[in-house]
Write a protein that binds this ligand. Structure first.
Ligand code: SAH
Ligand code: SF4
Ligand code: F3S
Length: 459
């Protein structure tokens, strides 16, 4: 980071406003984006900004956008549209857009033409340049549009993390997989891993500062370390981080089934800190569809891996992502997906209707199934999964779970909310001072979205 640049940006901002400047930073999309948003806040804090939760009070609005589905993009355009009136009333408001969507030339073009009140636009590869962009604009320059792709991981950007109990820790950026439906490799660039020493150092700092749960982030953590000068692999990294002393949990996402090895499962089984929960997105239960998606695994192999993990860790749980209505998917193939989720019994499922992304191979494939029918399949999928979740939740009633409490609860006055190792939400009455503690909780009742229980001991 360029100290002089930060100081210059701070001075220019201070001169523009007659009060300490406030920024409203909002990240759409995945955890990787949320983590980027925390680093953007880190940069803004260095430039003298405080933070607010609403655009109405802000001197700078920064939207960190997501391009994964059309609905995600629509949401961003809606939010940017809503800023028009605020900017009319307060022309000194700065508006900046960044993230995955802004890496798409056609989006940048549309912003240029149709949203003249947006000041700064930059893609995922230029996060660290935010101070430079602000300086250019504040010095009276033209609107800034920057679309150069990322080349390497920029280290040393501080983070202002959203909360004090759980932390995101990116271990790599980009993606090399080119699943045929997916825009991410185009907007995030090629895969680059951070050095294991840096990751370990950051994990140690986080644990030292009292964080109790660290989630390692990458689009496919299983290919971590491949491009490093001294190649390293993900199981090795997990083993290394697990040696860090302290009371904390490790999670990771996302684990691509094609690269998920038995070695990784053995490491989880032997670890002290890694949660026995694996997010292992299968996308579809049909071999033909999985192949058309360019995912490089077979359903049999996937099920064998799950069986192996359950043999090593009888209490392990799984979650997954599913796409309904991939181009050319038939009713029979969709039924294979239903059969798979009944077999695996995921404790959580993230379900999406296929969204066409221009520039990806799937966008060119024939897609004859009408939207209405896809919605019907989607509804069926949700219903089946809801049934499974209900059964799994009912089975938890009466058990004792180790819960990490992270926030005030929603189910009543004086309740706390937390998560089990399997990432299931649990609420229990308790004092706020217990936030950040791992506590045994006796589960008494299952609700739709969470379990309710009683804390057994808190001393
Ligand atoms: N790298 C992660 C996923 C990143 S995107 C992985 O491989 O698992 C998160 C999820 O969004 C994907 O798993 C997929 O289920 C969904 N998704 C991606 N592109 C999509 C599209 N074009 N339409 C619908 N869902 C999509
Ligand atoms: Fe997209 Fe596939 Fe990469 Fe995940 S692994 S980000 S789904 S291309
Ligand atoms: Fe969206 Fe970019 Fe994540 S497209 S899902 S924010 S990597």
């Amino acid at each position: 980071m360029d100290k002089l640049q930060l100081e210059r940006a701070a001075a220019l901002t201070a001169a523009r406003y007659d009060h300490p400047p406030l920024a409203f930073v909002h990240s759409f999309g995945c955890q990787q984006n949320v983590s980027d948003g925390e680093h953007l806040k880190g940069l803004l804090a260095e430039m003298g900004f405080g933070f607010t939760d609403s655009a109405e009070n802000a001197d700078l609005v920064l939207f960190n956008t997501c391009a994964v589905r059309e609905s995600a993009e629509d949401r961003v355009f809606g939010n940017v549209g809503a800023l028009k009136n605020i900017k009319r009333e307060r022309p000194e408001l700065m508006i900046a857009l960044c993230g995955c969507m802004m890496q798409r030339p056609e989006v940048a073009e549309r912003i240029k033409k149709s949203f003249p009140y947006v000041d700064i636009v930059f893609g995922t590869g230029a996060m660290h340049r935010l101070p430079e962009f602000l300086i250019r604009r504040l010095e009276g320059g033209k609107r800034v549009f920057w679309d150069q792709p990322a080349k390497n991981v920029i280290e040393g950007i501080p983070a202002v993390r959203e909360e004090g109990v759980k932390a995101w820790l990116p271990i790599m950026q980009g993606c090399n997989n080119f699943c045929t439906y997916c825009i991410v490799p185009y907007v995030r660039g090629r895969e680059v891993s951070r050095a294991p020493e840096r990751i370990e150092q950051e994990a140690r700092e986080l644990v030292g500062r009292g964080y109790r749960e660290i989630t390692l982030l990458g689009q496919n953590v299983n290919s971590y370390g491949r491009g490093l000068a001294k190649p390293y692999n993900f199981p090795e990294l997990l083993r290394r981080l697990d040696r860090v002393e302290g009371e904390y949990r490790l999670r990771f996402m996302t684990s691509h089934p094609k690269d998920c090895t038995r070695e990784l499962i053995d490491v989880i089984a032997q670890s002290r800190h890694v949660c026995r929960h694996i997010h292992l997105p299968v996308q579809s239960g049909s071999d033909r569809v999985v192949q058309a998606m360019n995912r490089h695994y077979h359903i049999d192999g996937y099920l064998e891996l799950i069986a192996y993990a359950r043999e090593k860790m009888p209490d392990v749980t799984f979650s997954s992502d599913i796409i309904v209505g991939f181009p050319g998917e038939t009713r029979e193939e969709f039924l294979e997906t239903l059969a798979l989720i009944k077999k695996v019994r995921y404790n959580a499922l993230f379900t999406f209707i296929y969204s066409r992304r221009a520039g990806t191979p799937a966008a060119e494939m024939p897609d004859p199934v009408p939207a209405g029918e896809k919605s019907e399949w989607f509804r069926e999928l949700l219903e089946v999964q809801q049934g499974i979740c209900c059964e799994l939740n009912e089975a938890m009633v009466g058990s004792v779970q180790r819960v990490l409490f992270d926030s005030p609860g929603k189910s009543g006055e004086g309740f706390l909310a937390g998560r089990t190792e399997g990432n299931v939400i649990v609420e229990a009455p308790g004092d706020r001072s217990l936030i950040g503690r791992f506590l045994p909780v006796k589960i008494t009742r299952a609700m739709n979205w969470a379990m309710v229980g009683t804390i057994l001991e808190s001393r």
